[in-house]
Design a protein around this ligand. Sequence first.
Ligand code: ATP
Length: 655
Amino acid sequence: MNRFTNIDQYKNFFERLIQLERKSEMEFHLNEIMLLSAPQREAKGRAILNLSGKDSGTGIGGVYLVKLVRGSGLPDNEISNGDVVIISKDKPSGKEEQATVVSKTKRSITIAYNKTPPYLVYGRNLRLDLYSNDITFQRMLDAIEDLKRLPILQEYIKSNIDLFEENENTKNHSFQQQNLNSKQQEIINQALVTNDIFLIHGPPGTGKTTTLSYLIKSLFEGGKKVLVTAPSNTAVDNILEKLQNLEIPSTRIGNPIRMDENLLNLSLDVQLQDHPDYQQANGIWNAIQVLKKEQNEYIPASGQNRRGLSDNKIIQLASSKKPYRGIQSAKLRKMAKWIKIQQQINKNYEQAQALQLSAIESILEQSPVICATNSSAGSELLKDIIFDVVCIDEATQSTEPEALIPLVKGRKWVLAGDHQQLPPTVKSSEASDLSISLFERFQKELPANRSNILTIQYRMHQEIMRFSNENFYQKKLKAHPSVAKHSLADLPGFDPFPYVNPALEKVVQSSPAVVFVPCEQGVEEQLADSHSWFNKAEIALTKEITDALLSSRLFPEDIGIISPYDQQVSRLKSDLKDYHVEIKSIDGFQGREKEVIIISLVRSNLKEDIGFLRDYRRLNVALTRAKRKLIIIGSPFTLQSNPIYKSLIKKISNP
Ligand SMILES: Nc1ncnc2c1ncn2[C@@H]1O[C@H](COP(=O)(O)OP(=O)(O)OP(=O)(O)O)[C@@H](O)[C@H]1O
C-alpha cells in the first residue's frame, strides 16, 4: 500500500506508472508495425492495404467521414466499428492523425475524423492500421494535474483519516423504497448524508448497480447534478438501462457505435438531432456542401496560383479586368470567385460550429444525469461542468488514475465495486502497482462509516452461487428466497428437448442448476504470433448445447456464452452467428446476467498448463453470471492440475 505525504509525490508516482502503461500499449502496435512487413501485418488482420479514400461528407456530431475502398474486397481482419486507426502511404510512424471506424462492408471501411482529415487520405494505395488509443492516458495525466486545483481531493488521496468526520445521524434521512431490501436502503441513506465519499461493496448479484441507480434517482429528485461512469461501455450501458427503467432523465456521452442500440435514444448524438440549434447547423452544413461544389467550377487560390497575392488584392485586380504579373485577367476573376465562396464557407462553418456547440451545451446543462465511461468523462464536452456527485460503478476494475478522470469533476464521490471480481487491466509488468484500485485502497484506509457491504444476492440459484460463496466470500453471501431455488422449469414455455445426445441430457434439464461437461477430446490451438487460444471441439459442443437449449424453447436473449480467450470468442461468434445469443469474454460480462450461461474454458494440454485461468477473480466473475443454469465446458485433465478448478469440478455433478 502506498502512502503519500504530498501531492507531488502522488503525481510523480502515478505519472511514471501511466507512462509505463502507455509505452507498453503503443509499443505493442508500433513494434508489430516495425517488425512485420505490410502484408504480414495485413495477414494478422491488423492492417488493410491498397485502399483508395474519398470524402463521404459529415456524420453525427459534425465528424468528417472518409470512405476507404478496395475494389477486390477487404481481407479478413480484426478491425471493428469503434476501433482507433491511422492511415498512411507507407509505414506509419505513429504520429498520424487518429480516426475511428464507423462502418464496414465487404469492400469498404468508413472512418471518422474529429478534425479536417489529412489530405493524403483522399489518395490511392493507402494503408490502414489498427492503433491504440492514447487519449485515455492523456486524460489520466490531466486528472492528476487537476488535483492540484482541488485541495480537498488532495487530502482524500492521502486518505487523511482525521479529515473524515463522523457522519450526521443517518436516521435523519429516511430513504425508503419498497423495491429494495433494508441494507440497500440503509446504504442509500448513508451515501446521501455523507459529504465526501462512500463505498458500496458487495459480492455478485447483491444489487450494487441497482442500489446505485436508486441512489441516483434520489439525488436527481433532490435536484443534484450527477455524473455516472464505469470502466467499460458495457458496464455504462448496464447502469444506464436501470436508470432508464427508473425514468431518470439521463444523457449518455461517447461514441454511439460502442453503445447498446436499445439505449441509443439516450445518447447525446441522438438527442442532438431534435435540438433546433443542431437542426439549423445541419442546414448550414448542407449549404457548405453546395458552396464547395460551386467552388469547384473556379480556380483555387493556392500558393502556386496566387503568386504571393493576398485575397483582397486578387479580388481588387479581378474587378479591374486587367492581367497582373503574367496572370490572365480571366484566371484572376476565377480565383476571386473562388476566394469569395471560400470566405462564405468559412463564415458558415463558424456559424454551424457555434450552433452545434450551443446545442451540445444546452443538452448537457439541462440533463440532471450524465453517463460516460471513465475515460470519456475526461472529454472536452464536460470540461466546464462541476457535478454535485460522481458515481462510479464497477470501480474495482478501474486503475486509480483512471478513476480520477471522473472524480475530479465532482464534489462528492460514491463508488461501487467488489475486489473479488475483475481487477483493473494493466499491461506493463513494471506498472503492476496500478492493479490496486482506488476503491480497494479507500476500503482499507477510510473509517468504517464510509462503506457498507451488501450480502443478499438476487440473481443465482443457491447451487450456482455455492462455489464462489465458499471460496471467495467466506460463506457470507445469502441467496434471497425468491431466487434460491428458481430454475429453468419456472420459465414460461420451457420444455426440455427430448432428442438430445444422451451425454448432454442433464444439460437441458432444469436440474441440476450447475453442470460440468467434460471435453477431453478437445485440443487447444493458437495462431502463429497470437497469445490467445481456441478449441474447436469445445466450439462444436457449445453449438450442440445452444441448439438443445433453443429447441427447449428458451429465447436467444436468455442465453449467454462466455470464454476467457478472445480467439475462442471470435470463433464462437462466427460459428454461432445465426443463433443470435450473446457471446463475450469474461470481462465483457462483468456486471451482467443471463438465465443460462455456457462457459467454454478452452485450455486442454498435456502440460497441465491453465494460463491466465489461474486468476480466481476471472473465474469468480464467470461463475456468477447465470441465474438458473450454469454449464461449464472444459478438459478435466488439464483443469484439475489447479486446486481451485479441481475442487470446482469435484463439487459439481457431471452430466
Ligand atoms: N432488492 C431487490 N429485490 C429484488 N431484486 C433485486 C434487488 N436488488 C437487486 N435485485 C436484482 O438482482 C440482480 C443483480 O443486481 P445488480 O446487477 O444490481 O447486482 P450487482 O451487485 O451490481 O452485480 P455484479 O456484482 O454482478 O455487478 C438484478 O437482476 C437486480 O434486478
